[in-house]
Ligand binder design. Structure first.
Ligand SMILES: COc1ccc([C@H]2[C@H](O)[C@H](O)[C@H](C)N2C)cc1
Length: 447
């Protein structure tokens, strides 16, 4: 064990009520809205093939052109109630909204920089109405905040000189002030989602990141902050020099999902996912593959089966509306969730052997076991190998309570026989288990 001043201060999961609520969300939504939403990944009829919210870093787009976009920022068709209803219908239980991305433009009336929404034709605060609308819809709100701020002269990528450190100290104060402002203006906020913390300047600021974390939780008890904020004494991020997670959950799963339970190291975590291959802000022409609702539902099932949450990103247009394909995706996921949310909400990992047909989840409320089936085998028989001493008493389809035939196999295994094999969409089987002998009579007594 390396002695650390600014490593993890808690070993293992956070287990207070706020964090238990976070752990049970299952499904979340990310929303990226900013000046980049105006361009939609294009400029001068050229398409930037990087992530649309990074277009300012494109050498074809002069910084002052991008930074003057605030003069055009006017989401005329923005309606926070519409955004909240869309999220509610999709079945999400938490949403993370960008307040300030790397470009430094603030979607709230910050008094620490003029580069904010009050200076735009739109003038009004967007964050307040969104927090209120989501809160009223019963969806918990988290605020995304980029530490890296390309608009601030005191931002530094690295600290090479005394002058760098003097400037960066001013920047740290600016950052602390803006975060205090956000938590004061929007007290319903449940957590902060930090980004832009990978540069050396921040890696060298482990002590500050530690004190900032503690300060924010002091002024906002229960606040949830993931592992993207902190750096330890040696500049390690997410995990300190002793391999302990610094943060209330692991925040490293960006467009990727742990391969198995071991890869989660037993921590809380969530995966944030774009619907296109990459790109978080609105992009007019989406390059590459657009994930279907079933692909996203399978990712959701896999995340929950590994004790994580799954967060789907949406990039509204500069006018404040969502593109049709995003609305359709939200709708499809919502339709599936309406029928199957029991297998997702308040559910998590089950230590049974993973089978090819799909994923197990187990309710944290009543221990009920769910099979989320994506791949029906040719013979329509779904293999289940319960853990020792756990036996299946009953199996039925969640959508219509139809009981399914369970055939005992060798040992503790069973086949669950599907009647029809032409399911058109992912479906859920509920298993009721008990201790003691296999409750189901085997058919294997051949006379
Ligand atoms: C590869 O380096 C990256 C990738 C994504 C990001 C940002 C995206 O712009 C988006 O905000 C995502 C949540 N974040 C990690 C930053 C740096």
């Amino acid at each position: 064990q390396v002695p650390l001043q600014h490593g993890a201060h808690r070993i293992g999961k956070r287990t207070d009520a706020d964090m238990n609520r976070w752990r049970d969300y299952g499904l979340g939504e990310f929303i990226h809205m900013g000046l980049y939403s105006i361009l939609g990944g294009d400029y001068n009829s050229m398409h930037y093939d990087g992530a649309a919210e990074w277009i300012r870093s494109w050498n074809k787009l002069p910084h002052e052109v991008y930074d003057n976009l605030y003069k055009k920022f006017d989401p005329k068709n923005f309606d926070p109630e519409v955004w909240a209803r869309m999220a509610k219908n999709m079945g999400v239980r938490y949403v993370t909204i960008t307040t300030k991305h790397h470009d430094g433009f603030c979607l709230w009336p910050s008094k620490y920089t003029d580069f904010n929404i009050t200076k735009t034709p739109y003038k009004k605060d967007m964050i307040g109405p969104l927090v209120k609308a989501f809160d009223q819809a019963g969806i918990d709100v988290y605020l995304y905040f980029s530490v890296m701020d390309w608009h601030q002269a005191d931002w530094r990528y690295d600290l090479k000189t005394v002058a760098d450190s003097v400037a960066f100290n001013r920047f740290k104060t600016f950052t602390k002030n803006q975060l205090t402002e956000l938590l004061t203006l929007y007290p319903q906020t449940k957590g902060l989602w930090f980004d832009g913390t990978w540069d050396n300047s921040w890696k060298k600021s482990g002590a500050f990141s530690d004190s900032l974390d503690q300060y924010l939780k002091k002024i906002h008890p229960g606040l949830i902050i993931g592992s993207r904020l902190r750096a330890d004494d040696y500049g390690n991020r997410h995990f300190d020099a002793n391999g302990h997670l610094m943060g209330d959950y692991e925040q490293g799963w960006e467009r990727k999902i742990p391969s198995d339970y071991t890869a989660t190291r037993g921590n809380d975590w969530d995966c944030i996912m774009t619907i296109p291959q990459n790109g978080w802000g609105y992009s007019k022409t989406w390059m590459g593959h657009w994930k279907t609702p079933y692909e996203l539902i399978e990712m959701l099932a896999k995340c929950v089966s590994l004790d994580g949450n799954f967060v789907v990103n949406f990039g509204p247009k500069g006018d404040g509306t969502f593109r049709k394909k995003e609305l359709q995706t939200a709708d499809s996921i919502g339709a599936w969730m309406k029928v199957n949310h029991e297998a997702i909400y308040n559910a998590g990992y089950l230590n049974w052997t993973k089978q090819d047909w799909g994923y197990y989840t187990r309710s944290r409320k009543d221990g009920k076991i769910y099979m989320i089936v994506f791949n029906v085998p040719i013979n329509g028989a779904l293999k289940v190998s319960p853990a020792k001493k756990e036996h299946i008493k009953k199996a039925y389809l969640l959508q219509d309570n139809k009981t399914l035939h369970v055939e005992a196999l060798d040992g503790n295994d069973v086949f669950i026989q599907l009647e029809q094999k032409n399911q058109q969409e992912p479906f859920v089987i509920v298993l009721e288990t008990g201790q003691g002998g296999q409750a189901v009579e085997g058919e294997n007594k051949h006379v």
